[in-house]
Design a protein around this ligand. Structure first.
Ligand SMILES: O=C(O)c1cc(=O)[nH]c(=O)n1[C@@H]1O[C@H](COP(=O)(O)O)[C@@H](O)[C@H]1O
Length: 262
């Protein structure tokens, strides 16, 4: 994790390279604020004005709670609250009711919770946001985590169906329950996009710029490949946040997408 000072020092370079044409790519990239204490996450976000979307995951939320979401929103950031709810219908609904009140615009649930739980979660999120005068968040159903690879998924979970049909099956379940989009590997985006047109959102983690370390990710593509396949937005964490120069790494991802749009 870089010090906020270094980020601030590097900021003019980012601003110079992030003029108007970069706005669209910077709307497509969601930076996962993992591996940071709440105060570091706040410093990171404020040091990168071109960064529009941030993801608050389990690690940051458990450490900082709902205040983290509010503080990021106060900085003008759009928040993806990624707590991956997976529970019985009543608990899923209650969790989404509370999450929607925080002003998160994207919220994750697990598709494998099933259609009753997904429907209850969706209804609760809509009702709760409306009750406090907020726009309804988009619920995203996580299909199969990008850290799974086919062979281990089959052997450990005893699910023999190929991911190439299992993931679309979960996406269909979510869409039929009224969920607004899915989280999937970029490898599955093209098939899901063929079946589910916009505005159904396809958000893809498992993004690795060419040459970046895979870490625990298994089903990956580069930023440009993921967008070319039909991803709505990309979640990128360590390739940016653990880079020697995170500001430059963010700008490089934006430029890669600009090249794709050109
Ligand atoms: O829901 C997610 O965001 C998610 C789903 C998934 O299948 N795979 C996955 O990596 N993620 C999240 O996306 C981020 C990826 O981070 P990096 O691997 O560091 O780019 C992490 O915050 C994960 O929690």
């Amino acid at each position: 994790m870089p010090s906020p000072c270094r980020l601030e020092d590097a900021l003019p370079n980012l601003q110079a390279s992030c003029q108007r044409p970069l706005l669209e790519p910077s709307d497509q990239i969601i930076v996962a604020l993992d591996g940071m204490a709440p105060e570091q996450a706040m410093a990171f976000a404020s040091a990168v004005p071109a960064l529009r979307w941030v993801k608050v995951g389990l690690e940051l939320f458990v450490a900082g709670g709902p205040a983290v979401v509010q503080q990021l929103r106060d900085q003008g950031k759009r928040v993806f609250l990624d707590l991956k709810f997976h529970d019985i219908p009543a608990t899923m609904a209650g969790a989404c009711r509370s999450a929607a009140r925080l002003g998160a615009e994207l919220i994750t649930v697990h598709a494998s919770a099933g259609s009753v739980a997904l429907g209850a979660a969706q209804a609760a999120a809509l009702e709760s946001a409306a009750a406090v005068g907020l726009s309804a968040p988009t619920l995203l159903a996580v299909t199969v985590l990008t850290s799974w690879e086919q062979a281990r998924f089959a052997s450990e979970l005893a699910i023999e169906e190929p991911l190439s049909t299992y993931v679309p099956r979960l996406a269909q379940l979510a869409a039929a329950a009224g969920i607004g989009g899915c989280v999937c590997s970029p490898l599955e985006v093209a098939a899901l996009r063929a079946a589910h047109q916009e505005p159904f959102a396809l958000v893809t983690p498992g993004i690795r710029p060419a040459g970046a370390a895979l870490g625990d990710q298994q089903r990956v593509l580069t930023p440009a490949q993921a967008v070319a396949a039909g991803a709505s937005q990309l979640v990128i964490g360590r390739p940016i946040t653990a880079a020697p120069d995170p500001v430059a790494a963010f700008a490089a991802c934006c430029r890669e997408l600009l090249g794709h749009h050109a």
